[in-house]
Design a protein around this ligand. Structure first.
Ligand SMILES: Cc1cc2nc3c(=O)[nH]c(=O)nc-3n(C[C@H](O)[C@H](O)[C@H](O)COP(=O)(O)OP(=O)(O)OC[C@H]3O[C@@H](n4cnc5c(N)ncnc54)[C@H](O)[C@@H]3O)c2cc1C
Length: 319
């Protein structure tokens, strides 16, 4: 890494991935760069092309859906942020908004509600970014990202911008074109891929005109429901498994796990939450190995008990 770069406040050499993960798990990484806005993203690609930062580049938002490896990653973790919320979100007439990829989802939900734009309320308790939601087709309470998304803007490693219509995103239940294995990145469970080495830099979204009080009430309902049902004050990655398409009607992955008697099971420092059985929490000192062992154990017990094979929703990154 170039000597000048390690002096930059936004580039941190020799970091731990656990600092950038909502479950606080993950080993060493050669460098971490925080990026906000297009010029900084262009700069990252240009630094990489001059080999001034180590490759490959791994793009993340809040790391709220990624299990990082204990033994770490080679290359640079590029963390998308929104340094200035007001300039990272450009509202237009009629409920349309262009939002940069690093923008936090709860802040977006609040801003939409304040402006009387409906449809964004479900994002209020999802602790990720616009980029992560674009890749994951994040959803809650029967709504999902695809219902808001009109187009997605990506930047290629050459620094050029491309805008892809939402119809080309292949959105499905927590999947998109972008979720597939990225040739330049680590292997992931899941499917889909970005055009090679590209990053999501923003999305055009649209909601509907509504009364601000109604939006605020919707926001409060979503947050209240989460507080009651999810371990939101403990480190986790949200839902570990996707809800299955087979099984008793209305049975979520959480209910299958709970009724198999697995709440409170643990491996090392990682535990099946007592509040929501589809959440694994880091109860202290948990690591990737603990998480994977618990994941395998819970899958096999659910298979024995219900005859259903659960699939992970979290992205498991292999070193
Ligand atoms: C307490 C809690 C509650 C949750 N509740 C929900 C919920 O209700 N619904 C739901 O869908 N999810 C939920 N999640 C999971 C998670 O918050 C979402 O999947 C979110 O969309 C991930 O956003 P992120 O910015 O953290 O993405 P990350 O976890 O950082 O990344 C996820 C994937 O997207 C890729 N990625 C991220 N940004 C970019 C980018 N700009 N360009 C290219 N690739 C990118 C990463 O490489 C990775 O493959 C929850 C998580 C927690 C911890």
């Amino acid at each position: 890494m170039g000597a000048g770069l390690s002096c930059s406040p936004r580039i941190r050499p020799c970091e731990r991935l656990s600092r950038f993960s909502s479950i606080r798990i993950g080993g060493p990484v050669s460098a971490v760069i925080s990026v906000s806005g297009l010029p900084e993203m262009e700069e990252v690609f240009s630094l990489r092309s001059r080999e001034e930062i180590p490759g490959p580049l791994h793009f993340v938002g809040r790391g709220s859906n990624i299990l990082f490896p204990d033994r770490g990653l080679e290359g640079t973790l590029v963390r998308l942020e929104a340094a200035d919320l007001s300039s990272a979100c450009r509202w237009r007439e009629g409920g349309e908004v262009y939002v940069e990829a690093g923008y936090p989802l709860p802040a977006l939900a609040r801003e939409a509600a304040r402006r009387g734009i409906g449809g964004f309320e479900f994002l209020s308790g999802i602790p990720g970014t616009v980029g992560g939601a674009t890749v994951m087709n994040a959803g809650a309470g029967g709504r999902e990202w695809a219902s808001l998304c009109r187009s997605v803007t990506i930047m290629t490693p050459a620094g050029s911008l491309e805008t892809l219509p939402a119809e080309s995103m292949a959105y499905g239940y927590r999947t998109s074109l972008f979720g597939r294995k990225r040739p330049s990145g680590p292997e992931e469970t899941g499917s889909g891929h970005l055009p090679e080495g590209s990053v999501v830099v923003g999305a055009l979204l649209s909601g509907f005109l509504a009364r601000p009080e109604e939006c605020q009430a919707g926001l409060a309902r979503h947050l209240e429901y989460r507080k009651k049902t999810q371990p939101i004050d403990e480190p986790s990655l949200g839902s570990v498994f996707r809800n299955p398409s087979k099984g008793p009607p209305g049975y979520t992955a959480g209910r299958l796990i709970e009724e198999a008697g697995l709440k409170g099971e643990f491996r090392g420092g990682v535990m099946v939450s007592r509040r929501h059985a589809n959440f694994f929490v880091n109860a202290g000192g948990g690591c990737e190995r603990d998480f994977r062992e618990l994941l395998d154990y819970v899958s096999s017990r659910v298979r024995e008990h219900w005859g259903i094979v659960l699939e992970p929703e979290v992205k498991v990154w292999n070193a």
